[in-house]
Design a protein around this ligand. Structure first.
Ligand SMILES: [Zn+2]
Length: 758
């Protein structure tokens, strides 16, 4: 899975001044001389990834359904391991035993006022050869839905996020004892049953409205790329904002003898049964609803009048799963480093899919495999990485980042000590190089983007992103894109395998992939397959090659830089922007709450309500107090000063030629600088974690508790303000400030050490 938001659209903002950069040809972290050598190897590297191989590898890996526990999942893992070995890598399969429920019984039926039984089956499409593999396909379902057999009135809840329930409440519609039907979209899917259960619903259906990824947006498959009438989005509904990975073993690897929760104890399994359905199956259910017509923004593209319900509509929902443990097959390949072998560069993409998964995840994995082949070729020609390179093909990403999380938890101590950075991809298509990640790597990845050519536009992927930001951005984003040295990258929420590395272990991470120019309505359905991909996405695999070039160059630079290419001024500036956002958020909330109170006093809601479709007044809220932002502002000032000093010293190091002789005092200082540099992201974590979800330790980035994939930056502070938990805001501010102060101290010490390198 992967969040679809285009990162450059999220990046907006002000101008920064940074010290004069070294000549544009000098790569970040390299001296002019070592840069020249690096560039020669990169030119050789870029020539190797091959279009025909990208295509044939995709065809091989997506030939049959390959979800967790299936025979073809294991066959793929073994084939991948053997490929890595044939490229000259050390490669093994690492197994974990995880809870992965698969469906045994699924029933959705309307029992009043008329009857209708949902089909719950995606049909074969004649032109699409793998769509007929029904014996091996996982039926459409939501993994980690609790078993249940419930009957109740049906209520439509829009996207099923907290604001939608406020709207229902004001229309006098309760979901207590009801089965709710929510549209996909608007939040990560697992939020929908969580919020529904919080409001007393007994069951949850999630359907794909044609307005969002069906005929409302283009021709449906097989004529076009969009979701057909009976297409269904599978997906996990475990409460991943609490913790991802195996629900039975939070915080530890799911090895044979691991201490496990029972299924009944596992806190991330849903509280009510859930099933996803197609719009073909949803239409008769939604047509049966009575009650008020929903607001404009709730309506979809079905030829019906969308109403809240319930009226006489009653639905029966039954879900039962096989709850046995299944075995994960993570493929882990190593290319050992030379002088800095204790420092690890990690690159990953998952290999498991919901069904055939040509786009998700194989389109990203084929690029990763071509990188590995190309690095193996260079190795044979004499190239050596200074640092150890680890390439992973994760299993079990789709059910909840299982393979990456269990591996990261099982190797947590080593990873905290050795990991420099984690580079993720998960699916690839046509368009823009979308980058999100740690802002300490923003400058570095901008450098990589400048050295990859967009295969259709013929300019660098960086240039194309810059112009797209100018075209689509706000005035501030336009000015930024033209004048700031680096394009902004978005922060990471969740939705793919970087989460355990970044947000649990504090390893600087990046997620990259091309996209933004494909239309697609086959996500997590049986139609995400080789036929669809080679007709509607990167059909010539030129963006697959570009991704291999981008990610491979990033890995090579991280592996061979003289000084690890972290830069902290962009991080400090971004943190400053987050604080400004939080101050504005507090002020906005204060105005909203005061205004609403005034309207309640004025009796506005009662008087303006239409007696035939009455609307209730909202409940009053606690007034927003003033908050103590000073510790945060002081901390970011310290970080800014430390970062500026580091940049000055770094630039001087490059101007001195950068080189230190092997065995010299300078060389050993440089080694110790790198050992401390790789801890810089760790300094931003707090061992006790976020207050309601301790698994997440990063103080700057987390998936939203009520958004799922969407990021919340400085999450402890932001979510306390958003949810009106005013008494916890100031303590949360202190915790984020402490993290920024730790970072400032470390960066300051690094600047002193680097200044001494001769
Ligand atoms: Zn995926």
């Amino acid at each position: 899975m992967r969040s679809i938001a285009a990162s450059f659209l999220l990046a907006a903002g002000g101008v920064t001044l940074s010290p004069r950069a070294p000549t544009p040809d000098t790569l970040r972290g390299f001296s002019p001389e070592s840069s020249r050598v690096e560039r020669e190897w990169e030119a050789k590297f870029r020539a190797i990834p091959d279009l025909a191989r990208l295509r044939s590898t995709m065809q091989r890996l997506s030939a049959r359904p390959h979800h967790v526990g299936s025979p073809y999942d294991k066959a793929n893992a073994e084939w991948l391991r053997d490929q890595f070995r044939s490229f000259g890598w050390q490669a093994e399969i690492e197994n974990f035993d995880v809870l992965f429920p698969t469906p045994k019984e699924r029933v959705v039926e309307l029992i009043a006022p008329t009857t209708f039984k949902a089909r719950l089956q995606e049909p074969t499409v004649a032109v699409d050869p793998t769509s007929s593999q029904h014996d091996e396909q996982l039926p459409s379902y939501n993994a980690y839905s609790i078993d249940g057999d419930v009957t109740g009135p049906l209520v439509f809840v829009n996207y099923g996020v907290p604001a939608d329930y406020e709207e229902l409440e004001r229309h006098g519609v309760s979901v207590k004892g009801a089965v709710v039907i929510a549209k996909y979209g608007g939040s990560w899917r697992g939020i929908k049953p969580k919020v529904a259960a919080e409001h007393g619903a007994v069951g949850c259906l999630i359907y794909s409205d044609p307005r969002d990824d069906g005929y409302g947006d283009g021709d449906v498959f097989p004529k076009g790329p969009m979701r057909p009438r009976d297409g269904v989005q599978r997906g996990s509904v475990a409460d991943m904002p609490t913790y991802p990975g195996d629900p039975l073993t939070p915080g530890i690897g799911a090895t044979k003898d691991a201490k496990r929760y029972t299924v009944a104890e596992a806190p991330t399994i849903t509280k009510i049964p859930v099933l996803p359905i197609s719009y073909g199956d949803a239409e008769p259910l939604l047509s049966a609803l009575a009650g008020d017509v929903v607001p404009e923004s709730w309506r979809g593209s079905l030829p019906i009048t969308y109403r809240f319900g319930p009226g006489a509509a009653r639905v029966h929902l039954r879900v039962k799963s096989d709850w046995s443990l299944k075995t994960l097959n993570d493929v882990i390949a190593r290319l050992p480093g030379t002088s800095e072998s204790e420092q690890w560069i990690i690159r990953g993409n998952h290999h498991d899919a919901w069904v055939n998964g040509a786009e998700d995840p194989i389109s990203g994995l084929v690029a990763e495999l071509e990188e590995a082949r190309a690095l193996g070729e260079l190795y044979k020609q004499g190239w050596r990485p200074k640092r150890t390179i680890i390439y992973a093909a994760w299993d079990g990403e789709e059910p909840g980042l299982l393979g990456s999380t269990e591996w990261a938890e099982a190797h947590a101590d080593e990873l905290r000590q050795h990991a420099v950075a984690y580079l993720n991809s998960d699916s690839n298509g046509r368009g823009y190089l979308q980058v999100q990640g740690s802002h300490s790597l923003e400058k570095f990845i901008n450098g990589v983007e400048k050295d990859v050519v967009d295969p259709e536009a013929g300019v660098s992927s960086w240039k194309r992103n810059q112009l797209a930001t100018i075209q689509r951005g706000t005035a501030e984003a336009r000015r930024d894109a033209r004048e700031r040295e680096d394009l902004r990258i978005g922060a990471l929420g969740s939705g793919s395998d970087y989460t355990p590395f970044l947000q649990h272990l504090g390893i600087a991470s990046l997620d990259i992939g091309y996209g933004g120019e494909d239309q697609s309505g086959i996500y997590h359905s049986i139609y995400d397959d080789f036929y669809w991909y080679t007709h509607f996405s990167d059909t010539a695999f030129v963006y697959g090659r570009a991704l291999a070039q981008a990610a491979g160059q990033a890995v090579m630079r991280l592996a061979n830089a003289d000084i690890l290419p972290f830069a902290f001024s962009n991080l400090a500036e971004t943190a400053q922007r987050y604080i400004t956002e939080l101050q504005q958020l507090r002020d906005r909330r204060a105005i909203e709450i005061a205004e609403r109170d005034k309207e309640i006093e004025e009796n506005l809601f009662a008087i303006t309500s239409d007696p035939r479709a009455p609307i209730r007044a909202p409940a009053p809220e606690v007034r927003a107090p003033q908050l103590e932002f000073a510790p945060l502002l002081n901390a970011v000032d310290s970080l800014t000063r430390a970062a500026q000093r580091y940049e000055r010293v770094y630039t001087q190091w490059v101007e001195r030629g950068g080189v230190t002789q092997a065995g010299s005092a300078g060389a050993s200082t440089l080694k110790s600088i790198n050992e401390r540099l790789l801890q810089a992201e760790r300094a931003l974590t707090s061992p006790e974690g976020l207050s309601k979800r301790g698994w997440y330790t990063h103080m700057l980035y987390a998936p939203g508790f009520y958004t799922g994939y969407g990021v919340k930056t400085m999450p402890g502070v932001r979510e306390a303000i958003e949810q009106g938990e005013w008494t916890s805001v100031n303590p949360e501010i202190s915790r984020v400030a402490a993290a920024l102060n730790r970072e400032a101290t470390l960066v300051s010490q690094l600047a002193e050490s680097l200044n001494a390198v001769r």
